[in-house]
Design a binder for this molecule. Sequence first.
Ligand SMILES: Cc1cc2nc3c(=O)[nH]c(=O)nc-3n(C[C@H](O)[C@H](O)[C@H](O)COP(=O)(O)OP(=O)(O)OC[C@H]3O[C@@H](n4cnc5c(N)ncnc54)[C@H](O)[C@@H]3O)c2cc1C
Length: 477
Amino acid sequence: MKHETGYDVIVCGGGTSGVAAAIASARTGAKTLLIERLGTLGGQMNVSGPPGFSYAWLFNQRGEQIIAGIVEETHKRLLEMGYALPHNHSEYREGSGFTFSYVDPDWWGLLIFNMMDENNVDLLLHAMVVDVLKEGDKVTGVVVETVGGKLELKAKVVIDCTGEGYVAVQAGAPTDMVPKEELQPHTLAFTCDGVDWDELLAYVRAHPEEFVYPNVPGRSAEETCEILRRVEDVWELGEIRGFASILEKVMETKEWHGMSGLGFFLMPKGDPKNRRILAHLQHSSHVPGRSPYDPWDLTYCERETRRQIQIAFKVFKKYMPGFKNAYITRVCPELRIREGRRIVGDYILTRQDVAEAKKFPDVIGKSGFPAGGHHIASTQTIATDSVWPKDRGSHDIPYRCLVPKEVENFLVAGKAIATDRDAYHRFLQQTMVTGQAAGVAAALCVKQNITPRELEKDLSELQKILQEQGAILYGTH
Ligand SMILES: Cc1cc2nc3c(=O)[nH]c(=O)nc-3n(C[C@H](O)[C@H](O)[C@H](O)COP(=O)(O)OP(=O)(O)OC[C@H]3O[C@@H](n4cnc5c(N)ncnc54)[C@H](O)[C@@H]3O)c2cc1C
């Protein structure tokens, strides 16, 4: 069978940023190809995930919705199909900004394939991008390695959505990363069924002081405990992390590995009437000090995380209320990289920008996620040096963070966009916001016959189309 070898836009990597970029690019009229090294789409959402809180942070601490677009569209469709839960505004989470809008990740993965068909996105799966084609500093396509041999594919604009900036490096774009010894630890996630949620809830109600609370400005610890004492439905909680007395005990008996604390998230399964809830443990293995770009280090992590999750499951079954009859339903097939490279872009978003809830003329989306909340390999799980956007608001994400220096015809979306370490934009909702923007921008560049850097001069059309596609750019704190 003969296939196309020339495209307007090629998106490399079919994780959350990549699928959003491909859909947005095709909707803006570009002939678009999405290339993914695996046989499926979704990346950390549904392959090496899901994230414990998918989706989350679509609202700021004031309760204003700050993120919509393709994120909201997929949530709405899954809600209508019975495979998502409504945005969670429970009393416990309200005001935290750390709200949940749960989706069933497996149905999310199926829906995404439908959306590829609906939007006429061409797909090339089982294909690893191993190099770029270049003329001077202009990227003109990519080289992919497949079971059928090497392929060269041409494009007017290439978008790197590999999460780790692999293609950006191949293209010669400058990147930044902290030394591997300081990186946040890598994790392997797993899910459990068979949990007795009534027993678990009874424990939470009886020991509210044992839990790590969401940050709700103006609410005291005692007020939060009071809410926990009357919690009726496990969905009101979202994240359940702490279990201080159990942690103390298993540290004493040396039954716990000590690389993280105790806790888990929830995953919805099944139709709304007969819903099952899975416990999702994504903080129960932590491997620090290893490079995401060294296969020997990665192999070590794959082995070590599997050792740790067996320890974790044993402890959960023995001590965690409600987990006596729990069983594992999924061990994710591969490690999740929590921190890696970030490109050096035309603008580098900073911790200060997040703290000031800064607005930018080249806004392409927003985020209310705090800066600086790093995971650490200790029973604390997360270091607490984070700062929220001021006035419980949100900051803008500037388009220039998607445009790497020194390379033309090239954009980056997802985890690797240009930020300083603390403002790292690695969360699902952020990756889909930047993916959607990169997709529209790339298609516009093709239409206007300009480069992504030249587009910086006038972003009015990009911002108009993004809003037509449902993105929120203005009108919130
Ligand atoms: C342990 C952990 C917990 C997390 N928890 C949460 C959470 O609870 N909530 C939340 O919102 N976020 C969470 N995140 C963050 C979030 O899940 C990811 O950072 C986000 O999904 C990354 O999206 P992405 O599109 O940038 O990259 P990815 O989802 O990693 O997608 C990259 C894709 O590119 C493909 N690829 C890579 N290289 C190539 C190549 N050379 N050629 C072709 N394809 C390639 C990969 O196979 C993959 O499909 C968590 C992350 C980790 C690691």
